[in-house]
Design a protein around this ligand. Structure first.
Ligand code: PMP
Ligand code: GLN
Length: 387
């Protein structure tokens, strides 16, 4: 008889990213599901890794992160978001954004607290809340602009916030929909949380992948919100290094203190040579991330252009390296079943959206990753256009 235990996460299975990448590998499909680039990091960065590996930077880093990296993050944050950050008390380097999100939730959420997420919500949020003894409240984004744009329903958010709300988790630029926040949205959020005791966790891993000359409106650019916010980001998307798992958390001292209490017993410290290398590269090559929007916008336009004669409906993504395609004219099937079927039979793997939702409101939409070389995108588009 199979052995089981009373699970702490009874509703959780294997993450959709692992399921779809595994299926793509098993079937030989083109993998546009899990979000990772098919190209290497810049050589200027990998050269610095080699340098530090060979120069003795191989023992524990400081718990809060290598000072040079914290200084480089602070410099970038001040230049781009106009906030001066104290590197001693306000930045902690962590193991990818995933650890930053998890450690934040464990640090703040107590048994019985409520945490608000916006659906479709990245899949690591709710399990972290459940493990902390909290309850996740799902607020669906609304679909506007004839089915193309996703946005926060501010009335619904205001109605959902209550005295038990401990944390609101935001993720803009938004995975999977590409939705972004503008300045007026931050003001609206500030009005809603003004007289409450709730904190904000802002997952900004796509901070440097935003298109059509839109600025990234980080929560830490807003004086009032900053007082109650932890911003979590990652170099995985920014430097084509999803396998390195180097992220960071920026928060005022009283929140960073609590964050570090968990971080020190979760991972303690993060890969030393990688931190030094990223610090060097941030200082020497800021143009790399400054040119990232143009780089990915060209990929987005290339992929969307290849699909212009297909039966998918689309609006080019506003941010991230994911393109949503609406398959309503091709099939009425459920998105999870169709994503699996098309991986097996068409040979292109994608990510369904309904798995990120408490109530499956996203309909006939699938997410495709365009962080791929042109030949891969061409091969995938040819198959998708044949439908
Ligand atoms: N949040 C979002 C919205 C993501 O898409 C991802 C995946 N990169 C993460 C968090 C996790 O980031 P990391 O790989 O740095 O842990
Ligand atoms: N963030 C990546 C995505 O959205 C996946 C990360 C993972 O596999 N856990 O595709």
């Amino acid at each position: 008889m199979a052995r089981t235990i009373s699970s702490k996460l009874p509703k959780v299975g294997t993450t959709i990213f692992t399921v779809m990448s595994q299926l793509a590998n098993d079937t030989g499909a083109i993998n546009l599901s899990q979000g990772f680039p098919s190209f290497d990091p810049p050589q200027g960065l990998t050269d610095r890794v080699a340098h530090h590996l060979l120069s003795g930077a191989n023992q524990y880093a400081p718990m809060a992160g290598v000072p040079a990296l914290r200084a480089a993050i602070a410099e970038k944050t001040e230049r781009l978001q106009h906030r001066k950050i104290d590197i001693e008390h306000e930045i902690t380097v962590c193991c990818g954004a995933t650890e930053g999100l998890f450690s934040t939730v464990q640090a703040l959420v107590r048994a019985g607290d409520e945490v608000i997420v916006f659906d479709p919500a990245y899949d690591s949020y709710e399990p972290a809340v459940t493990l902390a003894g909290g309850k996740t409240r799902h607020v669906s984004l609304v679909i506007e602009n004839n089915g193309f744009d996703f946005a926060i329903d501010w009335e619904l958010l205001a109605d959902t916030v209550n005295s038990k709300t401990r944390l609101i988790i935001l993720n803009f630029p938004h995975n999977p929909t590409g939705a972004i926040l503008r300045r007026a949205d931050l003001d609206r959020l500030a009005e809603i949380v003004r007289n409450t005791g709730c904190y904000l966790l802002s997952d900004e891993v796509y901070e440097h992948i935003i298109f059509d000359n839109e600025p990234h409106c980080s929560l830490l650019s807003h004086d009032e919100l900053w007082e109650r916010t932890l911003v979590v980001s990652s170099f995985g998307k920014t430097f084509h290094t999803t396998g390195w798992k180097i992220g960071y958390c920026i928060a005022p001292p009283y929140l960073s203190d609590e964050f570090r209490k968990v971080h020190q017993f979760n991972t303690f410290a993060i890969s030393t040579p990688m931190q030094h290398a990223i610090a060097d590269f941030l200082a020497s090559d800021p143009d790399f991330y400054e040119q990232l929007p143009a780089f990915y916008q060209a990929k987005r336009d290339f992929f969307c252009g290849l699909l212009k004669d297909s039966r998918f409906r689309l609006q080019p993504a506003r941010s991230t390296f994911f393109q949503i395609l609406d398959y309503a004219e091709i099939s009425a099937a459920n998105d999870l079943e169709l994503a699996k079927l098309w991986t097996q039979e068409l040979g292109v793997a994608s990510i369904p959206l309904t798995v990120f939702c408490e109530h499956p409101f996203t309909g006939t939409r699938l997410r495709f990753c365009f962080a791929k070389d042109d030949a891969t995108l061409e091969a995938a588009a040819e198959k998708l256009t044949s439908l």
